[in-house]
Design a protein around this ligand. Structure first.
Ligand code: BES
Ligand code: ZN
Length: 850
């Protein structure tokens, strides 16, 4: 039974399942094309159930037989599952189904990746494995028997027996079906162990294909650090004898938190100095932490329904960000996160796909694993923590785990815990969960007789289905500086609750310079009349590192906007400020690298759009080029010294300090390449013994259209390494000039190593295409057409990855009429494709409805 009829699901329609599931026994007889799944499930009708229908989800299953209490039954097969008459007392349901893992290119349910069996069940993939109430509020213990010839056969929980051709597993913790996992194949393990704070020994393994053993050590250390951190900071201990991680090459997402058996996209766990960049190492550490942290925030306490997704994802993203801040640098992590938020979540929140962190309706839940649910979901928790304070935050979390362990919860449960722990009324705060859109906060100021007044006005533009918005609670962290640069008021969190509100500061000898929205204390857009001189002052003096970066970022934006609109030259004061900062060795290299990184071209386009202009991608590109060239010339005399001073010698180590230095070194190299035509980059490429330096050199060369030799050498060296080849595919497109971007991408889709079925490879090519702003939006429309052609082709194989990539078109209303009509034509072509998946159909329809 397929799921092709569009159907909308609503939060308000929630009804509990009419049966408890007391236990689940599964047997898998594995063969690539005809795997048999036998289920034996104990159901108990709930006496007070409003809905007594026995409906089990099921998709793409061939039902062989079904029995109730040992007697054969004939269920009614309907779209999306089956219905059956059942006894009114507890009963045993048995079913045998056949599925085809080798033919499963959607990578949802049980599928094969490189001859290895693996599963992905979140959100609704378990129904492709057997008939089951596939909803997160149905929790049960699972016992799993795997029969097959594979050397390694894994499932959730603890091992319960094994022999020739079989293995059994038992997971004692009741869980929803989306946390089920099975892996079987020719795998080798990198072992480790961890002793929990109460003295329990946990066996750890990272399972990989033979040949990848050497890329597991970093992930193993990250796992141990995560386990320790969750004990130290949240008091949370691991709860099984065993924790397995498996790396698979074909995976739609980054990784998955299946109970005791996390499955990772190999790009998110395998690491070595030769093949992984510093950015890869950092992401791997974060994602291992993220999935591990889900063991409590997601698994022990799960979601009642998928509308509550941010309950687990927002919280777990928040927790992994805290972890990364602790392991590395707090301000750098905050700046990185704000850059991502603005690059991914703001466009979503201000475009046709806008939805609240807790959506109220969806057609395809896979389309709601969004930047809003994840990143804004995490921001909302950050605001909550800021409002109640650290101590109250941890008090509330403790209560959350005590009160809700073993339950499937809602946002209401979550907020109630905070209300009960702190005595605070969170009714208005809750609007953050139900209202979409990025609030604008307009700030004005007044100074008279020693009193300084800040006035804030908040408003949120209309979003699809939400024309009017109520004022929200906005924690606004503010500090004040005196004109000589001293901080005269330390950070204070002002609570905005009204549409317009003023705050006064008394006893100030002179008009202060305000530092507003410190640490980016709320996900809002600040609007304030200010001068470049004041921005430069804050860049030099603010005690809040985030706002120092923010001042530099605002200067960069203003400069670029003026260049685009008026053909102005790069702002001299800004160039001077940058020069001073780059040469200031007292400043953290990672921070200097961030200040030296220009705002993205897409960000400039969004800024122009917000100010009422129509962005011209080519002009934005030209301004970026001119700016970088001018900066390089300004720094000319200091670049060689800076390059030498930031070059990290000796054995590669991925630690934050060395990585920060290499990040700055990479920025310097790209500037240097503008002046020396690539000589230094070519030397660096030739000498590099780690991927960070090799990649930075190749990027600089490709950008200068000088990298042909090195690109070929790179290919020869790494053609057998899938993850490194993804970099090779992506980099050529990312570095291509606007008029060559689409052609470069197109040629690469014809390359022997282009494989549409591998999501990493598809994303390498088309993520890079969509990310090359001026190239993708080139007036020829070739970029749009190429992406649409390939989305249409991929949709037949893998709807989930196709649908996610449709978001590349979400900003289309920013652009001129010509580009809009080119994009509309492509979106309509996709929408009109016969047999389009409901995933992709929902995305293009929403984007087109803008
Ligand atoms: N639970 C998700 C993975 C997932 C998402 C499975 C959607 C199925 C559908 C996992 O915990 C997750 O959030 N992974 C992120 C990375 C994380 C560091 C934010 C991912 O896969 O991108
Ligand atoms: Zn997650």
């Amino acid at each position: 039974m397929a799921k092709d009829t569009p159907q909308t699901f609503y939060l308000k329609d929630y009804t509990p399942f009419g049966f408890d599931v007391e236990s689940v026994h599964l047997t898998f007889r594995l063969t690539p094309e005809t795997t048999r799944v036998l289920s034996k499930i104990r159901f108990a009708p709930k006496p007070d159930a409003a809905d007594k229908t026995f409906f089990l989800h099921g998709e793409d299953l061939q039902l062989i037989s079904a029995k109730i209490d040992g007697e054969t039954v004939t269920p009614e097969l309907i779209e999306g599952g089956l219905k059956c008459d059942v006894p009114s007392a507890p009963f045993t349901w048995e079913a045998e189904v056949e599925i085809n893992p080798a033919g499963n290119t959607a990578l949802e349910g049980l599928y094969m990746s490189n001859r290895m069996y693996c599963t992905q069940c979140e959100a609704e993939g378990f129904r492709k494995i057997t008939y089951y109430p596939d909803r997160p509020d149905v929790m049960s213990t699972f016992t799993v028997r795997i029969e097959g010839d594979e050397p390694v056969m894994l499932s959730n929980g603890n091992p319960a027996g094994a022999g020739e051709g079989w293995a059994e597993w038992h997971d004692p913790w009741p869980k929803p079906a989306y946390l089920f996992a099975l892996v079987a194949g020719d795998l080798v393990n990198h072992p480790g162990s961890f002793t929990t704070k109460s003295g329990k020994e946990v066996e750890l393994n990272i399972w990989v294909r033979p040949g990848d053993e050497g890329k597991c050590a970093f992930g193993m250390e990250a796992l141990k650090k995560s386990m320790k951190w969750d004990e130290d900071v949240y008091g949370l201990e691991y709860d099984l004898e065993l924790f397995n991680i498996v790396a698979v090459d074909d995976f739609n997402m980054g990784a998955m938190e299946n109970k005791g058996l996390n499955i990772f996209n190999s790009s998110c766990v395998l690491a070595s100095p030769e093949t992984s960049t510093d950015a890869n190492f950092e992401r791997i550490e974060a994602i291992i932490a993220h999935e591990y942290f889900h063991n409590w925030t997601g698994n022990r306490i799960t979601c009642r329904d998928w509308f509550q997704l941010c309950l687990k994802e927002g919280l777990t993203v928040f927790r992994d960000a805290q972890f990364t801040a602790d392991m590395r640098s707090e301000p750098v992590k905050r700046i990185d996160d704000v850059i991502t938020l603005r690059a991914r979540q703001f466009p979503e929140d201000n475009g046709p796909l806008a939805h609240p962190p807790r959506p109220e309706q969806f057609q395809e839940i896979n389309n709601f694993y969004t930047a809003t649910v994840y990143e804004k979901g995490a921001e909302v928790i950050g605001m909550l923590k800021r409002l109640v304070g650290d101590e109250n935050y941890y008090k509330a979390l403790k209560l959350y785990f005590e009160r809700h362990d073993g339950q499937a919860c809602t946002i209401e449960d979550w907020l109630k815990v905070f209300e009960d722990a702190t005595g605070r009324d969170l009714q208005q705060f809750k609007l953050w969960y139900s209202q979409a859109g990025t609030p604008r906060v307009k700030v004005s100021e007044d100074y008279a007789g020693g009193t300084y007044t800040l006035t804030f006005e908040q408003s949120t533009p209309p979003t699809p289905g939400q024309p009017d918005k109520a004022p929200r609670v906005i924690p606004m962290a503010v500090g004040l500086l005196s004109p000589n640069g001293d901080e005269v008021r330390a950070t204070e969190v002002l609570e905005l609750t009204e549409a317009k509100q003023s705050f006064t500061f008394e006893g100030l000898a002179s008009k202060p310079v305000p530092s507003i929205l410190r640490e980016f204390s709320a996900p809002v857009i600040l609007e304030r009349e200010t001068t470049n001189a004041e921005r430069a002052f804050l860049l030099a003096h603010d005690t809040d590192p985030f706002n120092r970066w923010e001042a530099g970022n605002a200067l960069a934006k203003e400069t670029r906007v003026a260049m685009v609109l008026d053909g102005a030259a790069p702002d001299a004061a800004y160039l001077d400020a940058l020069e001073k900062l780059v040469r200031d060795d007292d400043q953290d290299p990672a921070f200097r690298a961030l200040v030296l990184s220009p705002p993205s071209q897409s960000d400039i386009a969004q800024t122009l759009h917000e100010r009422g202009y129509t962005p011209d991608p080519q002009k934005i590109y030209d301004a970026a080029e001119t700016f970088t060239q001018t900066l390089a010339q300004q720094l000319e005399t200091s670049l060689p010294r800076l390059y030498a001073a930031t070059t990290v010698e000796g054995l590669y180590s991925p630690d934050a300090e060395s990585a920060g230095k290499r990040a700055l070194n990479g920025r310097i190299l790209s500037l240097l390449t503008r002046l020396d035509g690539g000589d230094q980059a070519a030397r660096q490429y030739a000498a590099a013994d780690n991927m960070t330096q090799q990649y930075a050199a190749l990027a600089a060369l490709l950008k200068a259209e000088k990298g042909e030799v090195q690109s070929r050498a790179f290919f020869d060296q790494w053609q057998d390494d899938r993850l490194v080849m993804d970099k090779w595919f992506a980099l050529q497109i990312a570095c291509a000039a606007p008029e060559k971007t689409a052609a470069t991408a197109k040629a690469l889709t014809q390359h022997a190593l282009f494989d549409m079925k591998n999501p990493n490879r598809f994303r390498a090519v088309f993520g890079a295409l969509a990310g090359n702003h001026a190239g993708f939006h080139h007036a020829s429309g070739e970029g749009y057409q190429l992406l649409a052609d390939n989305l249409i082709a991929l949709d037949k194989l893998n709807p989930q990855t196709t649908a996610r990539m449709c978001a590349a078109f979400q900003t289309w209303k920013r652009y001129d009429a010509g580009r809009q009509s080119l994009i509309r034509a492509q979106l309509s072509r996709i929408a009109g494709t016969e047999g389009l998946s409901r995933d992709t159909n929902e995305m293009v329809t929403r984007i087109l409805d803008a």
